[in-house]
Structures are given as C-alpha cells and as structure tokens.
Design a protein around this ligand. Structure first.
Ligand code: TIU
Length: 222
C-alpha cells in the first residue's frame, strides 16, 4: 500500500498495482493557439504551463507500471454524436465541426483534435475518443478499467472544472477513489481551478483527493 500523507483533505492510500492514470484532453484544440479553446475567447498560454509537469507525471507512472490512459474530446466527422446543446456554445462564427486553422474543430482524425507532442501516448496505451465532457459517457472506459482491475484513478489534464472534474465525478459514482494532480491540471480561469480543487476535497473528499506530482513521486518511490 502506498500513502500520500500530505494529500488533501487527508492522507491518500492506494495500491499502485490497481491504479491507473487518466490524462484528460491534452489536445492541440485546447492548448495551442488557433484551436477551439482560443476561439471560445480563452488565453491558452495558461494551459501550456502544466505541460512539463504532465509529461513528468506520465513518465513517473510509466516507470512504475501504472497504466496511462489518454482521452480526446472529439466527434465523428458526420457530427452524429454532437447534440445542438453542445454545438451551439461559444463563438457562433466557429463551432465544433467547422473548419479551423488546425482542421475541423474537435473532429476525430483532425490535427487539432490530436494530443500535443510533449505528452503523446506510446504504443500500447489506450486512447479514448469521447463525445462528452465525462470520459465514462459513451466510451469503453468502464469496461477497460474492469479488465485492468483498477480501483484507484489518478487524474491530470484540461480543463480542471470542465472535463477533468466531470470525469472525476463520474468515477466517484462508479466506485473509484480519485486523486487529482494539482500541478498537472489547469483551467483558462485560475479562480475556477482553485474553486474546483476546493470542491473536490471539501466535505471529507466528497469527489476525491488532491496532491502534487512531487508528492505522488515520493509515495511511489517509498
Ligand atoms: N476538455 C475540456 O475541458 N473541454 C472544454 O470544452 N473545456 C472548456 O473549458 N471549455
């Protein structure tokens, strides 16, 4: 059993052999200039700040045999999995599915929908294309985790309050203990990130725990 004694709101105990890392939506469309995130009016440089820590976290998990699962928020080219309630958000001149500087916005197979090179999956790692904010919705994630025997999930990625938090709440409802690595997740809105960390660990870890990548590294190396 590994322990992060300094996790918040209290010590986080986990078995590394039944733990997996889920890296949420580290895609060009959210992180690089000219993508979907910027079209929504956001400053994408904020998200770029977590790339080195996220890469280090992925390397740490690989070194310890913790499976790494990557997600991409994207839709089918025919948009059959894109409800109007999602499409009709943000800048009306540039919607999901429209042509953008990096291909069609958030469409599977387009350059913008792919993962940025610094945290790119390696052969053998699962990549889940998800049409929703939560990674469990309309994907094979539950089945995959059941096959792995996973009980604990470590989370990283973007954005903290949208796809990361949604997936952590889905995970909690499905019986997983969840740890969010606070320096490997980011929001376009610093206040939203801070509020999300607070609400995850409030009420006795109502959604899960938080810790830094360095704290996880110490626990895995003990
Ligand atoms: N991945 C994810 O969080 N998708 C979003 O659309 N996030 C925003 O913050 N817009």
């Amino acid at each position: 059993m590994a322990r992060i004694a300094t996790a918040l709101p209290f010590a986080f105990d986990f078995e590394p052999v039944t733990t997996a890392l889920i890296v949420i939506d580290m895609q060009r469309d959210f992180i690089e200039p000219g993508g979907f995130g910027e079209t929504l009016g956001n400053d994408v440089s904020l998200l770029q700040s977590i790339v080195p820590t996220t890469a280090a976290l992925i390397a740490l998990c690989r070194a310890h045999g913790v499976p790494v699962i990557h997600t991409r928020e994207c839709h089918k080219p025919d948009l059959s999995d894109l409800p109007a309630a999602k499409r009709d958000r943000g800048n009306p001149d540039l919607r999901i599915g429209d042509p953008g500087p990096m291909g069609r916005i958030l469409i599977a197979g387009e350059r913008g929908a792919d993962i940025i090179p610094d945290v790119y999956p390696i052969v053998g790692e699962l990549v889940i294309d998800k049409p929703g904010k939560g990674a469990f919705y309309a994907t094979g994630l539950s089945d995959h985790l059941a096959k792995l025997g996973t009980k604990t999930l470590i989370f990283a990625g973007v954005t903290t309050e949208v796809c990361v938090q949604t997936t952590m709440r889905e995970a909690n409802d499905r019986g997983f203990d969840s740890l969010l690595i606070e320096d490997a997740t980011e929001s376009y809105f610093p206040a939203f990130k801070a509020a999300t960390l607070d609400m995850i660990r409030a009420q006795g870890a109502i959604v899960g725990w938080t810790a830094t990548c360095a704290e996880l590294e110490v626990a895995l190396n003990e």
